[in-house]
Write a protein that binds this ligand. Structure first.
Ligand SMILES: [Zn+2]
Length: 385
């Protein structure tokens, strides 16, 4: 006996009465088959229903060997009359996302002539991949059209067409259609084969928002939010934008412009600061190079970039071994050692040996760390010839 699929007749059924046809403990859960059920087993890209059955939790529902099996936490005796209740908020969200996906697929086909070639419904969003690339303008148009069809509250119908009717239908589908297949129609928008429960009209989706799009395998990947997901996302984006606007004392819709101006000003200041640092380091380098044959400097204020700038400045004034270092977290020093006429590669084994150097670079400049104390490094530079 095949289980009667109550969810096909009424996708909004939340509770039902049924009789246990079989009940089997599989070592982990109890596999229950009913004479009738509102629990949808996963399919068509939609997840399965969970909920309660005869006082037991239904952890998942799945088709096994052609039968709808409810995986329950507790045993239910064969023949028992039980009440079932599905987790309806979860189901409603899945129906909103799934019906929204049919709507999107129908519209990308009719508007732009591309196919939906991949669909995923996660806990956060719906992912739709198209066979051809969509422009930003097309994505905006698509979003407007999806919401227009939602507002028009178009009827959604699911049925099993006979052989002749099936042949006469213009079904959007990649799979071979066989008699006995169930089709789902969004009137005037989409017609496709699908086994899952859907909403009964597009108005029940509520709202749609294409949150992100990117190039994907020659087409476009869109992350789309429907219903409550879209409302929540809009609220979160709105709050985030308001916070950014407050930081810049700007109106929310002018926040991007204010942020752009801030970044440009920051970059100009950074350029100015870099020029000043370079000037300061060059002056120090001239002084130091006049005093020492192999000048080396240790300064905790030096960034890695400053070390290079300093060493460069030393090398223009000195033909000797030049170094610039900042103390490293955990001991030792990080920085550079340079020589105007080259020879660093040849010197590297000595540096490794005597100053526990680690790093690399060019023949003119070594970049890396020295695991030695300041006095030892100073003495190395002092005796280098
Ligand atoms: Zn479907």
């Amino acid at each position: 006996m095949k289980t009667e699929k109550l969810y096909e007749k009424d996708p909004f059924i939340k509770e039902f009465d049924a009789q246990v046809i079989s009940s089997r403990f599989n070592g982990k859960t109890v596999e229950v088959v009913l004479d009738r059920t509102a629990f949808f087993p996963e399919g068509g890209g939609q997840g399965c229903d969970v909920g309660m059955l005869g006082g037991s939790e239904v952890l998942k529902t799945k088709i096994v060997d052609g039968e709808i099996v409810h995986f329950c936490g507790k045993a239910l005796p064969k023949g028992a009359k039980v009440k079932g209740a599905i987790d309806f908020p979860r189901r409603l969200r899945m129906m909103q996302c799934h019906t929204g996906e049919h709507l999107t697929s129908g519209l990308v086909k009719s508007l732009f002539g591309v196919d939906n070639v991949g669909f995923n419904l996660s806990d956060e969003r719906v992912t739709v991949d198209t066979s051809g690339a969509l422009s930003e303008a097309q994505i905006r148009e698509l979003e407007r059209e999806i919401n227009r069809v939602i507002r028009a509250d178009v009827q959604v119908r699911a049925w099993y067409p006979g052989h002749h009717e099936l042949n006469s239908l213009d079904i959007r589908s990649k799979i071979e259609l066989k008699p006995g297949v169930r089709v789902v129609e969004i009137e005037g928008v989409d017609l496709c084969a699908c086994c899952a429960p859907h909403l009964s009209s597009t108005g029940q989706i509520g709202f749609a928002h294409i949150a992100e799009s990117l190039n994907y395998k020659g087409g476009t990947r869109m992350y789309i939010l429907f219903g409550e997901d879209a409302v929540r996302d809009a609220r979160e984006r709105h709050d985030a934008l308001n916070e950014v606007a407050r930081l810049f004392s700007a109106k929310p819709l002018e926040a991007a412009q204010a942020a752009k101006k801030y970044v440009e000003e920051k970059e100009a200041l950074e350029r100015k600061l870099a020029a000043l640092i370079k000037e300061k380091l060059t002056l120090r380098a001239i002084e130091l190079a006049a005093l020492k044959k192999n000048p080396v400097v240790f300064d905790e204020e030096l960034s890695p970039k400053d070390c290079v700038t300093f060493c460069d400045a030393l090398m223009t004034k000195s033909e000797g071994l030049c170094g610039a270092f900042a103390p490293k977290e955990g001991g030792g020093f990080a920085g550079v050692i340079g020589k105007r006429k080259g020879g660093m590669k040849e010197l590297l084994p000595v540096l490794r040996d005597e100053l526990l150097a680690r790093g690399g670079g060019t023949d003119e400049m070594f970049h890396g760390t020295l695991q030695a104390d300041k006095e030892k490094i100073k003495s190395f530079f002092g005796s280098f010839s």
